[in-house]
Design a protein around this ligand. Structure first.
Ligand code: 13P
Length: 256
């Protein structure tokens, strides 16, 4: 059985004092329970503090929101996998739709990041998602197929169980309009079918597929009850510790 993975993507939010008070509250809310995997992806500037505050705790792991695929070099403003590992970061979000749309990241560049993450023993969270225009034009599946195929290009089968996919329909991000559980399940099953085609069913069965896009305490449980929804990648509702803790509690309930 796949362990649910609930992740907070803080995007470009929070400074030191805010992160500290968030973590103090979250740690109290969660205790040492580890039946759901919990991940915090703060901005780079807060990784050292968060790393120090979660310490050896098995209950909260750290992720980064982005990285550059090169090991080192003249890439002003960028962060490498090794730098993330140095701060005990375990996961890295790659190919978020904001990176693709605002910063022009191509499917191929995202694929380079996935490979570089695995090489450095970081687990990539490969984000895929269609726009409203794609969905209205019935292109949603073909867009996801393209993003997945390029994102997983050259990834050895042995790394597939350590790869997470996040399905984040662009029209659901920050809009308050989440995909319905049925819409999300349909796409998650499709994503697993694509991974089966690229690898095989045994590997595809081990990949966790998170849903992201207006996840809130009120809709989280029903979404995560769907058979192919293995967790959530949460933006806005992850900025407040109690609301994020309520989503983690929903993931526990959804395990059935
Ligand atoms: P919201 O939860 O704010 O819709 O953001 C989702 C997201 O982009 C997480 O990566």
């Amino acid at each position: 059985m796949r362990k649910k993975l609930v992740a907070a993507n803080w995007k470009m939010h929070k400074i030191t004092a805010e992160a500290r008070s968030f973590l103090e509250t979250l740690k109290l809310e969660l205790g040492e329970e580890t039946d759901v995997e919990v991940l915090l992806a703060p901005p780079f500037t807060l990784l050292p503090l968060c790393s120090q505050m979660v310490g050896e705790s098995a209950a909260i792991k750290l992720g980064a929101q982005n990285m550059h695929p090169a090991k080192a070099g003249a890439f002003t403003g960028e962060i490498s996998a090794q730098m993330l590992r140095d701060l005990f970061v375990r996961y890295v979000i790659v190919g978020h739709s904001e990176r693709r749309a605002i910063f022009g990241e191509s499917d191929q560049f995202v694929g380079e990041k996935v490979r570089a993450a695995h090489e450095a023993s970081l687990r990539p969270i490969l984000c895929v998602g269609e726009t409203l225009a794609h969905r209205e034009g019935s292109q949603h599946e073909s867009v996801i197929d393209r993003q997945l195929t390029a994102g997983l290009e050259g990834v050895d089968a042995k790394h597939i169980p350590d790869t997470v996919v996040a399905y984040e329909p662009v029209w659901a991000i920050g809009t308050g309009h989440n995909a319905t559980p049925a819409q999300a399940q349909e796409m998650h099953a499709h994503i697993r079918a694509v991974i089966t085609r690229l690898y095989d069913a045994a590997h595809a069965d081990r990949v966790r597929i998170q849903y992201g896009g207006s996840v809130k305490p009120e809709n989280a449980e029903e979404l995560m009850r769907q058979p192919d929804i293995d967790g959530a990648l949460v933006g806005g509702a992850s900025l407040e510790a109690r609301s994020f803790a309520a989503i983690i509690a929903a993931a526990r309930e959804a395990r059935g």
